[in-house]
Design a protein around this ligand. Structure first.
Ligand SMILES: [Zn+2]
Ligand SMILES: [Zn+2]
Length: 469
């Protein structure tokens, strides 16, 4: 039985609830956070894999592995292996009781193994499955391989203990708008605005439009009839009726829009990217390729929308690079996920247990800063692998790490920091950002124009032409 937890009437109920909690901003639900990250993992940059051209089976699939509501794996399918197979290779029997969030419904070859491992729940994005049905539907094939696989998947599902379901939740009413506003105010856009006075929100929206088009082509099905047919073949005929079908499509479109908005908040505009801080530029350390750094910082930006601090959401994610190439079966290449977090009150505490005052209120005793666990602190605490000194470990943070976090990052053995730096050198009432700039022994990659190459004006001009669109 699929669990579709939305209908047209209930769409705004979360919004009303949010409004009644004074000053609270909309947050992503955990389920939507995991779903968004699974979609984003499908987009993991890879040289071998051309996202646009590849039409062969199976379709590239992103996967988030969750245990006790904590992310323990971010994967995507590779040339040779499906996402579900990678999960079995990487986690083995530790998959027991995990929840798996797939960006496409897994095929029978994946499903039988992950069901066998004893997973608790398998959630998937209700678009074209891993073994694409779209082609068979458009060609009116009556019993093609994809349809046969869909039947096998249904049989495995009905005989399995694990729940195989669609877990999408309606977004808070003002979520899309909130993501848009905060993306325009994030460190990366602010930095571009500071250096490029002609950068305007119109350029941001042009980027978003481009991304939206690209993601829609991958993640949504333009024809309603084809979408219904796919849902029926996946055993979701109950979602084909209205109002469920309309709200399902609306919900999916909004989530893709959020992804496009967040991705546009770190645009490779006019040569901007993550480069070593000025004082460290003499160092010749192998940095990540820009596309991967951007991908990871966008993961952190998505996580920030789950933050509990209602004023500033911060997200952090830790990845490491494996030394031996032999173990690279994942679509993420030699990169593997280590941990992630967002700023929140201590685990197990009720939201109302702690003061929510910020530095504008006078009474120091009731301010929140002593109680909030920072994104970096949560990522380090709840990491799912040890940090190995012989491997390159990287943390991606959406804001400048504060003086409380900088020694923690260094002490944990993390070698590279990719972060926003708008707060660098600032000293605020409760929190200061003095140590980041002076940090030695850890490479600091900040968002700036490529210091090595003078940025080529022709590309800048071609990008500015989007301005008018
Ligand atoms: Zn598969
Ligand atoms: Zn901090």
């Amino acid at each position: 039985m699929s669990k579709w937890q939305s209908n047209a009437e209930s769409r705004c109920s979360t919004g009303t609830q949010t409004d009644s909690m004074q000053g609270q901003v909309p947050r992503l639900s955990k389920v939507n956070l995991f779903t968004l990250l699974s979609l984003w993992m499908e987009m993991f940059p890879s040289e071998k894999y051309d996202l646009i051209k590849r039409k062969s089976q199976p379709k590239r699939t992103g996967l988030v592995v969750v245990l006790n509501m904590k992310i323990v794996g971010l994967h995507c399918s590779s040339e040779e292996l499906h996402a579900g197979q990678i999960a079995v290779i990487k986690h083995g029997s530790k998959l027991k009781d995990c929840d798996l969030y797939f960006s496409r419904k897994p095929c029978s070859a994946c499903l039988k193994m992950i069901v066998n491992a004893g997973v608790n729940r398998i959630s998937y994005w209700p678009s074209d499955p891993e073994i694409s049905l779209q082609k068979e539907i458009s060609e009116h094939t009556s019993n093609g391989d994809a349809k046969l696989d869909a039947k096998a998947v249904e049989r495995l599902k009905s005989n399995s203990r694990a729940h195989v379901c669609v877990l999408l939740q309606p977004l808070a009413c003002n979520m899309v708008q909130f993501v848009e506003e905060t993306s325009l105010k994030c460190d990366f856009i602010q930095k571009i605005e500071r250096k490029q006075p002609d950068f305007s929100s119109r350029i941001f929206y042009a980027y978003r439009q481009e991304k939206m088009k690209e993601y829609e082509a991958h993640l949504l099905i333009s024809s309603e009839e084809t979408h219904k047919e796919i849902l029926r073949l996946m055993g979701l005929e109950n979602l084909c009726e209205n109002p469920y079908f309309i709200s399902l499509r609306q919900n999916m479109k909004e989530l893709v829009l959020i992804l496009a908005t967040v991705a546009s908040s770190v645009p490779s505009h006019c040569g901007f990217g993550f480069y070593l801080s000025e004082s460290q530029q003499i160092k010749k350390q192998q940095s990540l390729i820009q596309e991967i750094a951007l991908h990871c910082i966008i993961q952190a930006r998505i996580l920030a929308y789950r933050a509990e601090d209602h004023k500033i959401g911060v997200g952090a994610v830790i990845w490491a690079e494996r030394k031996s190439v032999a173990a690279d079966c994942d679509g993420t290449g030699s990169m593997y996920f280590l941990g992630c977090g967002y700023n929140a009150f201590p685990v197990g505490s009720e939201y109302a247990d702690f003061p929510h005052m910020d530095d504008k209120q006078k009474d120091r005793e009731i301010r929140k800063f002593r109680y909030i666990i920072h994104a970096e602190q949560n990522a380090i605490t709840f990491r799912c692998h040890e940090i190995k000194p012989e491997e390159k470990t990287m943390i991606f943070v959406t804001k400048c790490p504060c003086d409380e976090c900088v020694p923690l990052i260094k002490g944990a053995g993390i070698q590279q920091i990719y972060a926003g730096d708008m707060d660098i050198g600032k000293k605020k009432a409760d929190i200061s950002y003095m140590k980041f700039e002076e940090l030695t022994g850890v490479s600091r990659y900040t968002w700036q124009q490529n210091p090595q190459n003078e940025y080529n004006d022709t590309r800048a001009n071609s990008m500015n032409q989007h301005d008018g669109t």
